[in-house]
Design a protein around this ligand. Sequence first.
Ligand SMILES: Nc1ncnc2c1ncn2[C@@H]1O[C@H](COP(=O)(O)OP(=O)(O)OP(=O)(O)O)[C@@H](O)[C@H]1O
Length: 257
Amino acid sequence: MLEVAGIGRDYRVDGEVHTAIDALTFQVAEGELVCVVGPSGCGKTTLLRMCAGLLAPTRGAALVDGREVDGPPEDTAVVFQEYGRSLFPWMRVGANVELPLKRLGLTRAQRRERVAEALRLVDLEGKERVWPWQLSGGMQQRVAIARAIAFRPRLLLMDEPFAAVDAQTRADLEDLIRDLWARLGITVVFITHDIDESVYLGQRVLVLSSPPTTLRAEVHIGLGPERDQLETRSSPAFAKLRGQVWAEIQAAKRGET
Ligand SMILES: Nc1ncnc2c1ncn2[C@@H]1O[C@H](COP(=O)(O)OP(=O)(O)OP(=O)(O)O)[C@@H](O)[C@H]1O
């Protein structure tokens, strides 16, 4: 579904070229939930933006269904960390969720139906007429998620979507994502700096190196489909996987490749 083929990105700062991402190669199969972690500043956001068609790679390419990404791919939705900036404050919740649907050629009734369904899936049923700023941070992020799923993407790209919410809300949102992923059968690439979150959510965790970034390790998370915030996180298997990902990130920070 998603193929990242030798993708790299340089940035020019004060006339000097800095290689943020050297070359990354990996694949994400249809219906997978893959997390990406790495040391701070290793280029996670840069990678996601290139996969979303929001930033051109310097070398290599991202391909969705075998087609090179050179603009936002049709079946892809993105959820960013800053829900406060991704929702339009002058539009009610319903209008915010409906906005991307306008280019799909649906009737007004069909759009309304999709909005209602998406809000129900994120547990915000009937909140169409509420303003975003009347909602808590966690609820606003759920609106952003509703907007993404109303679009019915096949690929959902998420860039540290829960970094700005409190721990309790974060746990709820993690379970929401696992639930939506299982129910809707979408492919999810989830960027996070939180090791525990990556192990709890993912079927696979990709660990990036320090810049110039390459793929340092790939950890398979064999925790099974049923995950529980208390039981899973306190299991020996979880502790072992967390230790494994942690060790890889520490090695990456030391500059080991
Ligand atoms: N527009 C830009 N111009 C110059 N350098 C940039 C730009 N955007 C990112 N960089 C640099 O590229 C590198 C990777 O940045 P990026 O934000 O992708 O990393 P990240 O892993 O998402 O960071 P964090 O862990 O802090 O969220 C950093 O060194 C950053 O300073």
